[in-house]
Write a protein that binds this ligand. Structure first.
Ligand SMILES: [Zn+2]
Ligand SMILES: [Zn+2]
Length: 271
């Protein structure tokens, strides 16, 4: 059984909707041993959008300290962050991760060529395949130029935002993008980085987590071993979303362990 959720947002994220305490209480109710908050910090997130994704880091760390102490007999609360990777802010990201100590850092690409693929303008003037490919390339470039994270976030979540319907997700497949996906996975493995299994794909009704099963398999085939499990919950009811399904999936493709992190160090746990 998976007893740790390693991708959780609170109101400290621009798009967060719940307080830390609401998430923590839900975690206790679900029998979690560990909850790792990973609120958003996206340096230079384009100002044309309604969110800023700037984390008030000192307030965040202070609140986590209070929460850890208050709930220490009931649940382990860890300090994580989801860092948005963009090529022109690498110095700022490196500065942040060397200045503060986090238990766990997710490196995610949320902005490609200054546009968030969540918005329709990303898909103007290019085919769906080109849009998907460009995003994978941006992840590859990000992982090559920045290593201040532990796992790469939701590798194929771009699929959620393609203009076609969600049904198309099943038509998007690893072999079509194999070259660039392999480069991402090989870069991560070379630098000792992991991936996450992000169950928000299930929540969105895609029938797969992020990344898709084929990519989870491929990471293992290439020698990858570090895989954290996170719901990417922004609401208490989404905490640990479909974790049992995720555990069964991992077991079915040959994973015996999942990974948690503390003070930046991986801990392997039996699934
Ligand atoms: Zn994300
Ligand atoms: Zn997230």
């Amino acid at each position: 059984m998976i007893k740790a959720d390693f991708h959780v947002h609170s109101e400290f994220s621009s798009d967060g909707k719940s307080t830390m305490e609401e998430m923590i209480n839900q975690g206790i109710k679900l029998g979690l041993e560990t909850i790792c908050f990973t609120d958003h910090m996206d340096y230079d997130y384009p100002s044309i959008y309604k969110y800023s994704f700037q984390l008030e880091i000192d307030d965040y760390l202070e609140k986590l300290k209070i929460m850890k102490d208050k709930y220490k007999s009931k649940i382990e609360i860890l300090t994580g962050i989801e860092l948005g990777i963009q090529p022109h802010v690498i110095d700022r990201m490196n500065e942040l991760v060397s200045k503060y100590s986090f238990d766990f850092i997710i490196g995610s690409v949320h902005v490609v060529d200054q546009i968030d693929p969540y918005y329709p303008e990303y898909w103007e003037n290019r085919s769906e395949e080109e849009g998907i490919l460009r995003c994978f390339k941006a992840i590859k470039e990000g992982c090559e130029s920045f290593q201040g994270f532990n796992v790469c976030g939701h590798i194929d979540y771009i699929i959620r935002y393609t203009p076609s319907t969600k049904v198309e997700y099943n038509e998007y497949s690893y072999p079509y993008y194999a070259d660039v996906i392999d480069e991402i996975l090989e870069t991560l493995i070379k630098h000792g980085k992991g991936i996450e299994l992000n169950t928000s794909g299930y929540k969105y009704g895609l029938g797969h987590p992020h990344p898709k099963t084929e990519i989870l398999k491929r990471y293992k085939e290439l020698g990858g071993e570090i895989i954290t499990i996170g719901s990417d919950a922004h609401l208490p009811e989404h905490l640990c979303f479909d974790f049992e399904r995720a555990a069964n999936l991992l077991k079915s493709i040959g994973y015996d362990y999942y990974t948690t992190f503390k003070e930046g160090k991986p801990i392997m746990k039996k699934i």
